[in-house]
Design a protein around this ligand. Structure first.
Ligand code: TXA
Ligand code: MG
Length: 307
């Protein structure tokens, strides 16, 4: 545990047991750690991650709990329930954690992952500790099967008791919605809440945040795989900039040294910076289609898509 805390403080990744599945953990306020999670998983896109906290009080520091949310949290935390809640701006979560959404998924787990959040006194971002497309891990051996060379350490707590990812509840304009079924039955959640929790509906915001095209689109048109900016374009570079970038009204660089993890960590900030009605055109340097580059290009494609 001491070593795991040391690794997380340095922006590294560890895997940890929870009662649902093992989580691949990083400091949710550290952009390179969060980008490292996507890289280690080999995720082709940046789905938002669950923030794990040690207590209800800690949850209240990063998110706003409505009276309904509070009822579920008090009854089921620590436990296999995740709540999607409005994020507090002062939470200082890295935007990759929420995929740029104004909401954050929060859970108080049982086991070593909770202790990590407590010792760090910071939210811990953690998806299941497996390579993308592989099966969720319910033992430390499962974790090592696909992540051995990519993480420094596993906090082994034996086999997980539920073996299934947490239930996720969000709160839409028409009341609570079950976004992902999990170990706690929806009937039980509804009974505790005293009102019916609906199943997933075709509400794009609540259903598939990572898949929404418009969410990542800035006001201006986005031109990808650009070699250099034209005179009326803002510039988002990667690797050494062309000389024209210096003449740009507005230019930024995702990673001058061409590091994909650094670029991923800076991506949402760069798109946000140029998301302005007064900025009509943005040119983006080409990003290699390897490793984290797939996830970065996935988001850039959405940002550049016709609306
Ligand atoms: O049991 C679990 O929940 C495990 C352990 C490690 O805690 N974690 C887990 O994480 O299953 P992951 O990344 O596989 O699933 C997170 C889910 C995704 O489906 C994601 O879309 C959703 O949570 N999610 C995260 N933030 C969200 C948000 N702001 N709004 C809606 N859905 C969100
Ligand atoms: Mg998973």
């Amino acid at each position: 545990m001491d070593e795991a805390v040391r690794i997380l403080r340095g922006g590294g990744l560890v895997a940890a047991h929870t009662e649902t599945v093992y989580g691949l953990c990083g400091d949710a306020t550290n952009g390179e750690a969060v980008a490292g999670i996507f890289e280690a998983k080999g995720r082709p896109s940046f789905n938002p991650l669950i923030c794990h906290v040690a207590s209800l009080e800690m949850a209240g520091r990063i998110a706003v709990l409505s009276p309904e949310a509070l009822i579920l949290a008090e009854r089921f935390w620590p436990g296999p329930l995740t709540l999607v809640l409005p994020m507090r701006p002062e939470a200082s979560l890295h935007p990759l954690v929420t995929a740029g959404l104004p909401t954050v998924a929060v859970r108080v787990p049982r086991g070593p992952l909770r202790e990590l959040a407590d010792r760090m006194d910071r939210p811990i971002a953690a998806p299941s500790a497996n390579r993308s497309g592989r099966i969720s891990p319910t033992t430390a051996e499962h974790v090592l099967r696909t992540l051995d060379s990519r993480i420094a350490l596993v906090l082994d707590g034996g086999a997980t008791s539920h073996g299934l990812e947490s239930a996720i509840v969000g709160f839409g304009p028409e009341g609570p919605v079950l976004l992902r079924p999990g170990p706690i039955e929806v009937e039980k959640l509804s009974a505790v809440l005293g009102c019916e929790i609906r199943g997933r509906v075709s509400n794009a915001v609540l259903n598939a945040p990572g898949q929404m095209t418009s969410h990542y689109a800035p006001h201006g048109a986005v031109r990808l795989d650009a070699e250099r900016p034209q005179s009326d374009e803002c510039w988002i570079g990667f690797g050494p900039d062309p000389v024209e970038a210096a003449a740009c009204a507005s230019a930024t660089n995702l990673s001058p040294r061409g590091d994909l993890r650094e670029a991923a960590a800076n991506l949402f900030a760069a798109l946000n910076r140029f998301d302005d009605p007064d900025i009509p055109r943005i040119a983006v340097a080409s990003i290699p289609h390897v490793g984290l580059g797939h996830a970065i290009n996935d988001r850039l494609r959405r940002a550049a898509a016709d609306r």
